[in-house]
Design a protein around this ligand. Structure first.
Ligand code: F6R
Length: 615
């Protein structure tokens, strides 16, 4: 949720800390701050509410000088997004500073105890207790050993954390640790670095070390990184992640915003995923790490995810049930964690998570594993917790997704779900090899169709005008495209702040139709498919009540063109189950154009963060 960075070495720390934070800003952007150890051996902190750009301006005048420092970009949990609550947080002496991602669940109790012992608190955050606990340890049992001091402090904590800590008394050291929140470190000739994920490190290293829960790493100015576990024993072979994409993949590359860039990258992302997939098992998916017999015996599947990834799950459910004939439940992770589960000896759990770090999804996966289910992850982020904790992982290989609103991961995850459904269908004999190949070739055609939609971007740009001065919109679709409606509405509301509601078109008359009044915008997904005419009837019902209908329809659909105010045209898609992959692209562009027309930052919508690491 929050982003953590740190650097100690030969170079001035502040410029890299600020660049690193800008790269991590997708994790939260309520406030930001850095703390550098100055040449005179004191902490020099600069922090403020707002974005990293504001912090940069503050740093321009405050000029924090030093070659060792830590930084943070915040998604507020405890305490409002104010200057005072911005990290880093310091102890009473002002010589120890910490940054933290996660939640300290027992902070109230610790804070009471620390205050009773004379500590003075300056913020409302849970994080500040860590600085004071380190202060006590540093003054007592761990004097001179920052790793021991942080270990001592962590022994008192409950919850989840990724922490970086500096102390002005050991001016070239950073100590970091994690529990249930990601943290990676790397060693270079110019110094040692730490970050919440690989993105800020792609410009300085080609591989990073992944810390495990309760690992502690001591970063030294000569670039050394020493990792020990909770017991203080050296970790001999830390897991290495090779950064297999160029740092430029996380830059704008000429686009005005990351959302535009990522929408346009969808065809290539799907093509990468489809490479070398056809083979003797129908679809080759070694990532499943299951034999054909094990796959054939699966009798129940739980798909668990959140947000946009949950929408992928709904489509995956339809695909698997239709093609592989296996009953599937698709669950919101946050709800699933508190509901009853029916696990058979042959139940499979599929988690879908772009970031691989969504706390609710990870909790659900652990719960399923605990009940004996095999857990398979569909994720984008290499070495993420989802990948590390699952029995098998299919990486969608979409490249870094920076914009908070998920676009390319959505379609790539959907393509991955198509492959999974085909693999299961072939394994259990529900589909012949010929049929699998046919479906695969239909999927192979999708990137070309998405390119055609992208070339029609003028259509959603023009249609965005229909939402001028509107406060609400209703999205309708049937079958697999009810999910396209859900996703279109989610995209619109999250980046344009326009209220948008989505319903299966047939449900409209059971309540939402009461919303309709003259001029009310309705977006209807009505491709040429088996439920087309039924959806047209719902469009007519909307128009009869004065709604302004924007359709997503298949080229040549004169009937829909005549009925609706405007149409976003998609080329014909051979298999109607695959229409969502193409139709959603118009809705992604529509949301972006509406948000831009409202003067909003499409990459960093208010209150949101890309990686939701709290439950
Ligand atoms: C919406 C969006 C979120 C995420 C959700 C799950 O555009 O991005 O709804 O889909 O927070 O995130 P992951 O897929 O990382 O688990």
């Amino acid at each position: 949720m929050c982003g953590v960075v740190g650097y100690t070495g030969k170079k001035p720390a502040a410029p890299w800390l600020l660049d690193g934070l800008a790269t991590l800003e997708y994790r939260g952007y309520d406030s930001a701050g850095i703390q550098v150890i100055s040449p005179s051996g004191n902490l020099h902190g600069v922090k403020c509410a707002g974005r990293v750009a504001t912090l940069r301006e503050r740093c321009d005048s405050a000029n924090p000088v030093g070659t060792c420092g830590i930084g943070h970009t915040r998604w507020a949990t405890h305490g409002a997004p104010t200057d005072k609550n911005a990290h880093p947080h310091t102890d009473c002496s002002g010589r120890i500073a910490v940054v933290h991602n996660g939640i300290i669940e027992n902070f109230q109790e610790l804070k009471r105890e620390l205050m009773a012992a004379g500590h003075t608190f300056k913020s409302e955050t849970d994080t500040e207790v860590i600085a004071h606990l380190v202060e006590d340890a540093w003054a007592g049992p761990a004097k001179g050993d920052l790793v021991a001091a942080l270990r001592n402090a962590c022994d008192r904590l409950e919850g989840a954390w990724a922490i970086a800590c500096v102390c002005a008394d050991v001016p070239n050291q950073i100590v970091v640790t994690r529990k249930s929140s990601p943290l990676v470190v790397c060693s270079t000739d110019e110094g040692a670095y730490v970050a919440s994920d690989v993105m800020p490190l792609a410009s300085v290293a080609s591989s990073v070390l992944q810390l495990q829960d309760n690992d502690f790493a001591l970063l030294s100015e000569d670039g050394r990184v020493e990792i020990t576990n909770r017991e203080g024993e050296k970790v001999e072979h830390p897991e290495t992640i090779t950064i297999d994409w160029d740092a430029s993949a996380a830059t704008l590359g000429g686009y005005s915003d990351f959302m535009a860039k990522e929408i346009s990258e969808q065809p290539e992302a799907i093509e990468r995923l489809l490479t070398n997939r056809l083979g003797e098992h129908g679809i080759e998916m070694d990532e499943l790490s299951m034999s054909k017999e094990e796959l054939a015996s699966i009798d129940r599947i739980y798909i668990i995810a959140c947000g946009t990834s949950y929408h992928v799950g709904l489509i995956a459910k339809s695909l698997i049930e239709k093609w592989a004939k296996i009953p599937v439940s698709c669950e919101y992770a946050s709800e699933f964690n508190y509901s009853d589960v029916l696990v058979t000896p042959h139940t499979m759990c599929v988690i879908i998570t772009q970031s691989g770090e969504t706390a609710d999804t990870l909790t659900a996966a652990r719960r399923m594993k605990g009940m004996g289910s095999t857990v398979f992850a569909i994720t984008n982020v290499l070495g993420s917790s989802a990948a590390r904790e699952s029995d098998g992982t299919l990486y969608i290989q979409a490249g870094p997704e920076v914009a908070v609103a998920s676009t390319k991961a959505y379609t790539a995850q959907m393509a991955a779900s198509v492959l999974l459904a085909l693999r299961l269908a072939f394994a259990n004999g529900s589909m012949s090899r010929e049929e699998v190949e046919r479906r695969y070739h239909e999927l192979e055609a999708i990137p070309g169709l998405i390119r055609e939609v992208l070339a029609r971007r003028w259509q959603p740009r023009q249609a965005a005008k229909l939402f001028r001065d509107k406060h609400s919109a209703l999205f309708l679709g049937r079958g697999v495209n009810s999910t396209t409606a859900y996703e279109g509405a989610l995209k619109l509301k999250e980046i344009s702040y326009l209220h948008a509601e989505a319903y299966p078109a047939g449900e409209m008359k059971h309540g939402p139709i009461a919303l309709l009044e003259p001029g009310f915008p309705v977006v209807a997904i009505v491709p040429a498919d088996s439920v087309h005419d039924k959806t047209v009837s719902n469009i007519q019902e909307s128009i009869a009540r004065g709604a302004v209908v924007l359709a997503v329809a298949t080229d040549g659909d004169e009937a829909v063109a005549k009925l609706c105010q405007d149409v976003l045209w998609i080329p014909p898609v051979e298999n109607e189950m695959l229409v969502p992959l193409v139709a959603v692209v118009h809705l992604q562009m529509l949301a972006r154009f509406v948000a831009r027309a409202r003067g909003l930052d499409v990459d960093k919508p208010r209150n949101l963060a890309k990686s939701v690491t709290v439950e």
